[in-house]
Every structure is written in structure tokens, then in C-alpha cells.
Design a protein around this ligand. Structure first.
Ligand code: NI
Length: 182
């Protein structure tokens, strides 16, 4: 990745926070500086997401309270990567309904059916601070809505029925206890 090389650094894999880590609930703050530090963070996020592997990652999942997420839904083996960066995003239009069996890097091993809008329009800034708009459907629209939730401290578990929420909470809490004991 070019700008990382220009900085003389290499992108790092950073630790991802797991539910029920309370920092996942901190809403992100607007990004104001589009500088080398931001580009470095984006490169680290991409490295971390691809290593996991996952199709999306939001800054709050690394304990960084910024309104920034990345997605790459090109998951096919022969598909070229399609990394997209969304800074200070806003979903400005949403229509239709769809349900998809979602996962989240902050909920390892959990997959749940979640209802989302089928088509969205998002407005955001790119890493240079340049605004853009994008219309999306399919997996890209789902991933954008999922990651955008993270910027408000909202998690996949919040979309579930009370019963499913309790089951997922219990599984993740048990996992955290096992991790802490190791
Ligand atoms: Ni997630």
C-alpha cells in the first residue's frame, strides 16, 4: 500500500474488540483531519480486516472513536479486491427490505439473520476529504448499514429479538470469561 510505504511504515494488524467490550458502545466522532495519520489508520484497518478475514471493519471495533469504516465485499477467490473507505458517512436514502445472515468481527463465531434496507444511498468523504455519494444494493448495502451502525455504538445484537439477544449475549459473555481465564 503506497502511502504506508511513503510514510516508511508497514500496515499493522490491530486487535479487534469483542462484545461485550464496552468501548464498542462509544459513538465515533467526526473525522476532521485528513492527514497521514488517518491514512495510516485506514491501512491498518484494511490489513486487520483482510487478516481476520472480514468484509467490513469500523474504527470503533479497534477502540478508535472515529466515524470511519471500510468494506470489501469482493469475497470470491479470483475477484480483485474492492476496498471502499467511508469517512463521516451518512445514509441519506434507504428503501426496501432484505434479510441476511450476518456476522461481525466483534462477535466471532456468531451468525444471525438481520433485517436491513435493501437499497441505500450513502454520502461520505474519501481519505482525501473529498465528498462522494454511492448507491448500493446487495451485500454492499448490507455491509455499509452494518458498519455504519458501529459508528453509533450500535451492534448486530441490537437488531435481534429479546430471546436471540439473550442467547448471543450469554455465548459471548462465556467466551470473554474463558479468554480472561487464559
Ligand atoms: Ni460488525
Amino acid at each position: 500500500m503506497l502511502s504506508g510505504q511513503l510514510l516508511g511504515g508497514f500496515p499493522l494488524i490491530r486487535p479487534i474488540l469483542f462484545y461485550p467490550d464496552k468501548r464498542l458502545r462509544n459513538p465515533g466522532k467526526e473525522v476532521e483531519e485528513f492527514d497521514a495519520e488517518l491514512r495510516e489508520l485506514i491501512e491498518d484497518m484494511a490489513e486487520t480486516m483482510y487478516a481476520a478475514p472480514g468484509v467490513g471493519l469500523a474504527a470503533p471495533q479497534l477502540g478508535i472513536s472515529k466515524r470511519l469504516f471500510i468494506v470489501d465485499v469482493a469475497t470470491g477467490e479470483d475477484e480483485p479486491s474492492d476496498l471502499r473507505v467511508f469517512i463521516n458517512p451518512e445514509i441519506i436514502e434507504a428503501e426496501g427490505d432484505t434479510t441476511f445472515n450476518e456476522g461481525c468481527l466483534s462477535f466471532p463465531g456468531i451468525r444471525e439473520d438481520i433485517d436491513r434496507a435493501e437499497r441505500i444511498k450513502v454520502r461520505a468523504a474519501d481519505p482525501d476529504g473529498k465528498p462522494f455519494e454511492l448507491e448500493a444494493d446487495g451485500l454492499l448495502a448490507i455491509a455499509i448499514q452494518h458498519e455504519n451502525d458501529h459508528l453509533d455504538g450500535k451492534l448486530m445484537i441490537d437488531h435481534l429479538s429479546v430471546l436471540r439477544r439473550r442467547l448471543v449475549h450469554r455465548a459471548m459473555t462465556k467466551r470473554a470469561a474463558v479468554d480472561a481465564a487464559q
